[in-house]
Each structure stands twice: as structure tokens, then as C-alpha cells.
Design a binder for this molecule. Structure first.
Ligand SMILES: Cc1ncc(COP(=O)(O)O)c(C=O)c1O
Length: 349
């Protein structure tokens, strides 16, 4: 049965070029990374730091681990951190900031990742006031997953950066998909990352590596982060085997391939719009498309019917999220439009 898996860009498999690198493997490219002796991991970390024009980088097992390590490295237990209310850090990281970091999380709202700085200002705690915890870290997510792959523009990040500086906060970016933001807006990645103290980006999403994320920032930050990675059991020894995929992923040619995913998300949006159904279809900015349904729509039934017809997607309350990625082509999108159309025409009537 034909399956088009639009649940997430985490389902991607490595590209043929990545497999070529692994095939040409030999022992000289491996070492003990905890001892800093794995040449492939060292090369990947240097490449990531250079690409984002920061001093240092660290290879970590996942985006979740990278975010947590970034928080731990820039806060003290008992601090309060400002996090967007629909962000991955707040909603999908098992409460690790509280449980492991001892941090209070204060959430701010936003339409697409960028908050009202006026409102944010009212959330800053008064460190002189005896009852209040200190606010020490601001977090943003770019692109923003649950708002539908929306982009926080470089000038907005700068505003957030100025706000953070004014209030004596560090600024962390969950940039799991920051390369999508850069490619979709045709703006160099450094124009985004220059405004933040630390950034986590994922190799294992649109960049289609099997495993891994990077955290990037100052040398001082990464030195601390390396120790927290070890504390969390993330010292990975001969990790060059998995890091080698990342070396291919960080080539410009591969990064620019993300355009295909963005075009496919647009194609899907246009196809669904042309069905003239009582749904609201987002105009996608990157590789995530949100489709909104009227209240009381039987979402579970729709998702189940889609799965039976070979189109996989997730529902998030009254919306369905479709994610395009490596391995999905225009034909898959057209197939999906047809299947989705047939099902929705029956169910929405
Ligand atoms: C915005 C965002 N941040 C962080 C993560 C966590 O990445 P991982 O699944 O590698 O832990 C995800 C995963 O989907 C994500 O969408």
C-alpha cells in the first residue's frame, strides 16, 4: 500500500550522498569523543560553529537534549525563564526544565512565535524584590512548530535581543528548523543567529540525518554545555559514525534542498484550498502546513480515514498538521490532495 507520511520531518531517512560517506568509512575517522578525540565529531562541531558564525558548537543526541543543556548552562536552579506558550520547550520536553533544571517557566503568548515586547516587559521579575525569583533567560522558537512553521524575522529577533539585553537576560533560540527559516526567506542563517546567545538546531529533521542536533554559542557556553551533556549521559564515545551524516547535511546544496519541502507545502495548501471545503488552510511559510477545522469536526475519524487511505498526519485539537520533507515529492502531494479531498467531502458534507 502506498504511504505518504506527513506526520513529521523526523521520519526522514538519510540521502544517497550520506550513505556514500558512511560507505567510505575507516577507523581513522573515529575516536573517543568524551576525550575530544573523534575527528569526525570535531569536524562537525567546527563546521556548525563556522556556519552560524559562533565560537563553538556541541553535537548532542537530540533537540530535546540540546534545549535542556542550553537551559542548564545559562541558568541557576530557582531562576525563572520566559518561554512561548505553544513552544516545544514548554509543551513537549517532559517538563525537564522544571524537573532537572529546577527552573520556573513563565509562558508568553504569540500569534506566530514573536511576542508583544510590551506584554513581555510586564513579566520580568524584580530581582531587588525579596519575594520574586530572578528572570534570567528568554527563549524563542524559530521556525515555530505549532504555529505552523512560522518564521520570526531577523529584525524581530533583534528586538527580542535588545529586550533581553535591557533586562539582563540571556537569549536562547530553539532553532530546530532554523535552516528552514533561512532558506524560505532567502536570508543568511547568520542574520538570524547573530541575535541569540545560544541556538539549538536539529540535523534529524528537514536536514534528514538519522540522529543528532547541534548547540552553538560562545566558547564559555559550550564548555559548560559539554559538562552538562556528560551529566545527562550524553557523552557518546565513537560518535563520528552518526556525526558523519551531519557533515553532508551542512553542505549548502543539501540545506537549499529545503526549498523543495517548502514548495511541496505550498502545493498541498493550494490543492486543499481548491477543494472549496469548510476548512481554513494556512498559507505555509516553510514545510509545515496547518489546516483548521470547524468546531465539533470529528478529528479522530478524519485522521483514521486518512491513515486507512495511506496519508499519515497528526491532529492537534481542531487542526491537522502536515509536514513535508525529504522523501516526499510532488506526486505524493497530489496523491494526498486527492485522498484528503475524498475523505473530507464525505465527512464535512
Ligand atoms: C521546535 C522543536 N524543538 C525541539 C524539538 C526536539 O527535537 P528531538 O525530537 O530531536 O528531541 C522538536 C521536535 O520535533 C521541535 O519541533
Amino acid at each position: 500500500m502506498r504511504i505518504v507520511d506527513l506526520r513529521s520531518d523526523t521520519v526522514t531517512k538519510p540521502s544517497p550522498e550520506m550513505w556514500e560517506v558512511v560507505k567510505s568509512w575507516d577507523d581513522s575517522k573515529l575516536g573517543d569523543d568524551v576525550m575530544r578525540e573523534d575527528p569526525t565529531v570535531n569536524e562537525l562541531e567546527m563546521k556548525a560553529a563556522k556556519k552560524l558564525r559562533k565560537e563553538s558548537a556541541l553535537f548532542v543526541s537530540s533537540g530535546t537534549q540540546g534545549n535542556l543543556i542550553s537551559l542548564l548552562s545559562q541558568t541557576t536552579p530557582g531562576d525563572e525563564i520566559l518561554v512561548e506558550e505553544e513552544s516545544h520547550i514548554f509543551g513537549n520536553e517532559v517538563g525537564s526544565a522544571a524537573r532537572i533544571g529546577g527552573l520556573m517557566i513563565r509562558t508568553y503568548s504569540s500569534e506566530r512565535g514573536f511576542p508583544s515586547l510590551k506584554k513581555l516587559q510586564t513579566m520580568i521579575r524584580d530581582s531587588e524584590e525579596i519575594h520574586e525569583p530572578p528572570s534570567t533567560l528568554l527563549c524563542a522558537e524559530n521556525t515555530h512548530n505549532y504555529h505552523g512553521g512560522t518564521i520570526i524575522k531577523p529584525e524581530e529577533l533583534k528586538e527580542m535581543r535588545d529586550f533581553a539585553l535591557k533586562n539582563n537576560l540571556k537569549f536562547h533560540l530553539d532553532g530546530a528548523r532554523i535552516f528552514n527559516a533561512s532558506v524560505a526567506s532567502n536570508i543568511p542563517i547568520t542574520d538570524f543567529t547573530k541575535h541569540v546567545d545560544s541556538v539549538m538546531f536539529c540535523l534529524s529533521k528537514g536536514l534528514s540525518c538519522p540522529v543528532g542536533s547541534m548547540i552553538v554559542g560562545s566558547k564559555d557556553f559550550i564548555d559548560k554545555a559539554r559538562k552538562f551533556r556528560k551529566m545527562l549521559g550524553g557523552g557518546m564515545r565513537q560518535a563520528g559514525i552518526i556525526a558523519s551524516f551531519g557533515l553532508v547535511a551542512l553542505e549548502d546544496k543539501w540545506i537549499n534542498r529545503l526549498n523543495e519541502d517548502h514548495n511541496n507545502a505550498k502545493r498541498l495548501a493550494e490543492g486543499l484550498l481548491s477543494l472549496n471545503l469548510s476548512i481554513s488552510v494556512q498559507n505555509p511559510e516553510t514545510n509545515i502546513l496547518m489546516v483548521y477545522f470547524p468546531d465539533n469536526t470529528p478529528m479522530e475519524k478524519i485522521i483514521l480515514s486518512l491513515h486507512e487511505e495511506g496519508v499519515l498526519a497528526y491532529d492537534i485539537s481542531q487542526k491537522i498538521r502536515f509536514v513535508t520533507h525529504f522523501g516526499i515529492d510532488e506526486d505524493d502531494i497530489d496523491f494526498s490532495i486527492e485522498k484528503i479531498g475524498n475523505i473530507l467531502k464525505k465527512i464535512l458534507k
